[in-house]
Design a protein around this ligand. Structure first.
Ligand SMILES: Cc1cc2nc3c(=O)[nH]c(=O)nc-3n(C[C@H](O)[C@H](O)[C@H](O)COP(=O)(O)OP(=O)(O)OC[C@H]3O[C@@H](n4cnc5c(N)ncnc54)[C@H](O)[C@@H]3O)c2cc1C
Length: 475
């Protein structure tokens, strides 16, 4: 992943804005720059735009949308920004948190109105840390649908996406201005394209075991459930160009991945009154704090596994997710008519599991916080048939990355912007502070879509202005 001096012979081909990576961030950046009348080219390592975006549930949190209003849900950018800050223990970048909260509603409505994305609100359960219901998803509730729709929109806008073309180097002038990229063709040959602005949308370093070991040692041995092609290229190039790295220990984990089926199980199964036990049949945490921090807690249990315990009513809510339907089809979801049968099928100690059920159900009646600090107030008792899934914890994506300003420009150690380098999505530092517990559900696609769009607008504005000064603020 090299940064090299500009080739003496110049570039045979130049495109004003080059974007590396065709996930949610790169495709939103491309659409926004193209709308602004600037030619863009997107380079993607894979044969098809996919990325971690395709592996996700495709849910984007947004405040003040018409999708919320029709359901009578009142929300605001301030309320959303406060939720992001509270979950991140006030450690994240407050200006970026406010920016993405403020632009989230208009970004979701932009995709809906301009490109016809049929969003709807997840209205039937709460996500941990969100003070109201604001997760917007597509009909299948899958990220594959999100990235496929973005890809189609980009194709219809005649945006050039070059697949099977990993970017392997950046060309840079003496004063640090990026002037082009080197990419590798499927036959191994290398080619160059010049540019006036570069947007890094190639996500984080979850697919680079050495960087995970360096920055997130607690997840070094964990299964990485994100896209393997996200190998930290943005961080390595940024560092070589003098960029500041922020919150490199931060990540999104998940404590509910069906094992050994390797299918994401929505946290709705927990938030709606379900709970997790370990192989001893005992609870071990306040599950309602969040699924991200739960990854390390599950991995610390015997054999690194836990069991989601819920019921058919909750399964009916979870079935809106493509992943959950796949988990049922794959036989990951166990059903039982009695606790004893459930214990037997899961190979859990019967007495302990019965005792845990009793404790949870009396916590629901009492309506006060249990010994782990979880309140089950207002949650229905589990009813027959009971359901359970054997799960483990996993690393989903890294949240640390390149420090950026409100225009998506990458900043140097002194906080000044690099001349013409932008970053969005997992390539940029997130808004979750430094710990897994700082990840508020949806922070990933929030910064991918909103910062992607803003980077595209800003890169186009910079190119049009013909200089590297940028006063534009996205709206
Ligand atoms: C299982 C799972 C579930 C999730 N669920 C949600 C959710 O519901 N809501 C949410 O907000 N977040 C969720 N996330 C996180 C979310 O998926 C990511 O934060 C988001 O997709 C990041 O988007 P991105 O565009 O930055 O990266 P990606 O979608 O990963 O795209 C990056 C692209 O860059 C390409 N690339 C990398 N290096 C190069 C290179 N050198 N040259 C060319 N191309 C390159 C990759 O191939 C990839 O296609 C989930 C993550 C996982 C793993």
């Amino acid at each position: 992943m090299s940064v090299k001096p500009a080739p003496a012979e110049g570039f045979a081909t130049s495109v004003p804005v080059v974007i590396v990576g065709a996930g949610a961030a790169g495709l939103c950046a491309a659409l926004a720059a193209c709308e602004a009348g600037t030619e863009v080219i997107v380079f993607e390592r894979d044969p098809l735009p996919r990325g971690s975006t395709a592996l996700s549930a495709g849910l984007i949190p947004a405040a003040g949308t018409r999708f919320q209003r029709v359901l009578g849900i009142s929300d605001s950018a301030d309320q959303f920004a406060a939720d992001i800050r509270r979950k991140g223990d006030d450690e994240g970048n407050a200006a970026i948190a406010e920016l993405v909260a403020r632009e989230s509603g208009s970004t979701v409505e932009w995709l809906a109105d301009r490109y016809g994305f049929p969003f709807s609100l997840v209205h039937d359960f709460n996500y941990p840390g969100h003070s109201t219901r604001r997760m917007h998803g597509l009909p299948s509730r899958s990220g594959t649908e999100l990235v496929d729709r973005l890809h189609r929109a980009a194709e219809q806008a005649a945006i050039t996406i070059v697949c099977n073309a990993p970017v392997s180097g950046i060309f840079c002038k003496a004063e640090g201005t990026v002037c082009g990229v080197e990419f590798t063709r499927p036959d191994g040959s290398r080619d160059h394209v010049g540019c006036e602005a570069l947007v890094l949308a190639c996500n984080g370093y979850g697919g680079a075991p050495d960087l995970v070991a360096k920055y997130i040692p607690e997840m070094h041995d964990a299964h990485y459930f994100g896209h393997p092609g996200n190998r930290g290229d943005a961080v390595l190039w940024g560092q070589a160009l003098g960029a500041k790295l922020l919150n490199m220990s931060s990540y999104q984990g998940h404590g509910s991945v069906a094992h050994p089926h390797a299918i994401l199980i929505t946290w709705a199964v927990i938030m709606e009154g379900g709970f997790q036990v370990n192989a001893l049949g005992r609870r071990f945490s306040n599950e309602s704090l969040g699924y991200s921090e739960q990854a390390a807690l599950v991995l610390a249990q015997p054999e690194g596994i836990a069991f989601d315990i819920f019921d058919e009513r909750i399964a009916a809510i979870a079935r809106q997710f493509e992943d959950f339907r796949q988990a049922e089809a794959a036989g990951a979801v166990i059903a039982a008519e009695r606790i004893e049968e459930l214990a037997e099928r899961l190979k859990l100690p019967q007495e302990a599991l019965t005792e845990t059920f009793k404790q949870v159900e009396s916590a629901k009646d009492a309506g006060v916080a249990d010994p782990f600090g979880r309140s089950f107030a207002g949650q229905a008792h589990l009813s027959l048939p009971y359901k359970a899934i054997r799960v483990t914890g996993a690393l989903f994506h890294t949240q640390g990355g390149l420090a950026v300003d409100v225009n998506g420009r990458v900043l140097n150690e002194q906080g000044a912007p690099l001349p013409n380098l932008f970053a969005a999505g997992g390539a940029a530092a997130g808004v979750s502070g430094s710990l897994a517990s700082g990840y508020l559900s949806g922070n990933g696609l929030l910064t991918a879509t909103v910062l992607g769009r803003i980077s595209g607008i800003s890169a186009a504005a910079m190119v049009k202005s013909g200089e590297h000064k940028l006063t534009v603020r996205a709206h």
